[in-house]
Structures are given as C-alpha cells and as structure tokens.
Design a protein around this ligand. Sequence first.
Ligand code: CP
Length: 311
Amino acid sequence: MSGTQQLSTKHLLGIKNLTAADIRLIFDTAKEFKEVINRPIKKVPSLRDITVANLFFESSTRTRVSFELAEKRLSADTVNFSASTSSVGKGETLLDTVNNILAMKVDMVVMRHPAPGAPHFLANHIDANIINAGDGTHEHPTQALLDAYSMEEYFGESLEGKKVAIFGDILHSRVALSNIFCLQKLGAEVTVCGPPTLIPQHIGALGVGVSHDVRKTLQWCDVANVLRIQLERQDIKYFPSLREYTLYYGINKALLDSLDKPVLIMHPGPINRGVEIDSDAADSSHSIILQQVENGVAVRMAVLYLLAALK
Ligand code: CP
C-alpha cells in the first residue's frame, strides 16, 4: 500500500469521532485492498508482525468471519475468543479478561460486546488499538463504513445529496446510528422509517427525517437500508405481532415494483426473510446485500492496516 496519510485516531470506537477525511482515507485504502483480494494470490504481508485478538462477547456471523479473513489476508496472527467458552462465565471482569489476553503480546483488539461503551472503556485502560465490532445498541462503525462504501461503489460517485432511508427497528440498532453519522459526514440526506415505538423519540435532533410511511419513504429515497427487528434486545412488546409489522412496515417486491423509480436495496444481515423484507426484494437485481458482505473484508482490511500504522 502506498500513501503517507494517517487516521486522526488510533482506535475505531465509532463513526461519531471520525472525520470525513478519515472516512475518505479508509475508502481509498479499501479500494486498493479490494483489488488485492480479487487477485489469485489474495494475501499481502502488511501486518506480518501484528497479533490481533477477536473478542466476541455476542454472537456474530458476518463481522467475525469478515474480520478474521481481513486479518489473514494482511498476514496478521490472530486469536479468537468467544465469551461462551471463556472464563467470563467464572466471574472474570472485562478488564481482567482483556489484560490477560494482552499479556500474551497482542497488538490490536477487535471487540463485540453487548454493553454500549465497552470498547470506549477499554480504550481508556489499555494500550492496544481497539476496533468496535458492535457495542450493544450504540455503534457498529465497520458496518456503516462498508455500507457507505458499497453505496458509493454502486453509484460510481460520492454520496453528496443522495437520499438514504433506514427502515425498521431504529431504537435497538447500532447499525442505524453509525450509518446516520457516516452518511451525514459524506453529505447524504437520511430519513429513518418505522413504527413510532421503534424510533427514538429525539432522533430528529441528529438532523434526520422521521417517517412512519414506508411507501412515501421508498418513493423519496435512492437507497433503502432495511434493518431487522432486534427481538433479543426487546424487553417489552413494541408492536402487536410480527405479522402486523410485516403488513405495515415490511418491504416486498410488489411494493418496490409499484414505485416510479428503482431503489437500491441494502441489509446488514442477518435477514429475517418474510418479516422486514421478502425474498423477492432481498434477492432482486436492485439488491447489493452480498456485495456489502464482500466489501466488508476490504473495508476491514483498510481499518486494520491504517490503525496498525498508529501503534
Ligand atoms: N451485520 C452484522 O453485524 O452481522 P453479524 O451480527 O452476523 O456480525
């Protein structure tokens, strides 16, 4: 990789504290790495002397595999930690767990944790670079970066002036908050759409539009980023039934076909097919859901590479 530019931060805790220049640098670097991972030999030696610990205190498919692949493509040494098979169940604190792992000479920590702010807490107590792979309902920065990167790649131009709608369970979504910060820093307009009970009361203060009308919002937007209902984070009932949610807020092919323009369909996964989106819409030619996953590896390679330079 070429270039002498650096990120403004040694940790990726959220999009909130990244600058637009940081995001642009990550995208430019990801573009170079995307070219690398499409070659017959997909590996570069950039992180050969770096050890990365992937600490997952919550379940994950895409983020975990994507980070692991990104680290391997960069020739880093990796260790994987899963809370369910660790000593966390024996009462060890987060700080003790991480300090014990770092004592084995780990340079970078990728962490998913159910508690909002957990990676920020770690960053205040340890030396290693921390990458937030999702902290509770707070932020999921690499998801927002790969989402915005995928949108720019699809349109072949910057997101300045593009209209992006985020549909679904905004209240419990870390993807929504990181997407809002990222898209606004890149000049896009954002509207959130869902049932009133699943939209945070004061979210308009972030400068986003708020809608409860799926058809009108689809008609307004260039991109529909559809989120699932996070039942695992809901301690009360926010709507009468999944069937009713799908009826009023689900996105389906018939609805998309009835619009007078195509809308780009995105979803961070995991999809609950037939609930927030039907299969015909999720798998349509206007959907880039699998391209998002592909781009995730290149974007995470870029983040790891740029942060490792700031050790
Ligand atoms: N998009 C996302 O974070 O998926 P996982 O929970 O499978 O990592």
